[in-house]
Design a protein. Structure first.
Length: 251
């Protein structure tokens, strides 16, 4: 296997997306993006991680990983999107990548009806809000391929809230990128980590002393029809970074 590209090849490649595969099973185990000779750098990586362990295991068999360029001649933004799509297609659980692709929550694998709702949703009119609502933006936690349980857990904790106000809320609306993803009827608000969560970051006990979580259920169908798959952008002025927003209904 070559150890680097020629200067002419580097000029022609631009940004590219590459795949490392096991030479015996042909199964991909790492997807990356880069330019120049980035694709070869992993062969000399001395870090302590699963990718390096896999490469060293292959070397111990007297072989080298298969290295393939999936796409080239790209600009950097397109390379990010192709990388995210490749990771989503193979499945992060089948790779040694530590993270899903850049902006994969925006451009990665997504079910067609969810994608259509994201781009064609109608605006939620403030005058139509007849319930006491808490919007919770989960932009940093969201993934396109979340299960209903994962979405619920990402929404229900852990948040800095005014607990007296929170307990007056009828419904919690989970929001990503301005769109309402789901509506929950909270049964109770509790101190953070009062209940078990599956999600990995919930196991970190640091920094949650002044935060809360709720337990509840998915709202009834009439409530979901009123709020879910609608844009909540009118409720969040530009520059507002607070993930929590209360709206008191006009009943």
């Amino acid at each position: 296997m070559i150890k680097g590209f020629s200067h002419k090849t580097i000029e022609a490649l631009g940004y590219y997306v590459y795949v490392y595969s096991d030479p015996d099973t042909r199964r991909p185990f790492y997807v990356g993006k880069g330019k120049g000779n980035r694709v070869f750098n992993h062969m000399d990586d001395q870090s302590e991680n699963e990718k390096v362990r896999k490469i060293n295991d292959i070397k111990a068999r007297g072989k080298e990983p298969n290295i393939e360029i999936l796409a080239h001649g790209l600009d950097e933004e397109t390379a990010f999107k192709v990388e995210a799509a490749a990771i989503d297609l193979i499945g992060i659980e089948n790779l040694t990548n530590r993270q899903r692709g850049h902006e994969s929550s925006v451009y990665g694998k997504i079910e067609v009806s969810t994608l259509d709702a994201r781009y064609s949703h109608e605006e939620l009119d403030p005058n139509d809000v007849t319930d006491n609502i808490m919007f919770i933006r989960i932009n940093k936690l969201y993934r396109n391929d979340m299960t209903p349980l994962e979405l619920y857990e990402a929404t229900r904790g852990y948040w800095k809230v005014n607990i007296e106000q929170a307990r007056k809320v009828d419904y919690v609306l989970s929001v990503y990128d301005g769109m309402v993803l789901e509506a929950y009827a909270p049964a109770e608000w509790l101190p953070a980590k009062a209940t078990f969560m599956e999600r990995k970051d919930s196991r970190d006990a640091e920094g949650v002393a002044d935060r809360y979580e709720f337990v509840g259920r998915i709202a009834d169908v009439p409530v979901r029809k009123k709020y879910v798959d609608k844009s909540a952008s009118l409720f969040f002025p530009p520059g507002n970074a607070n993930p929590i927003k209360y709206v008191w209904g006009k009943k």
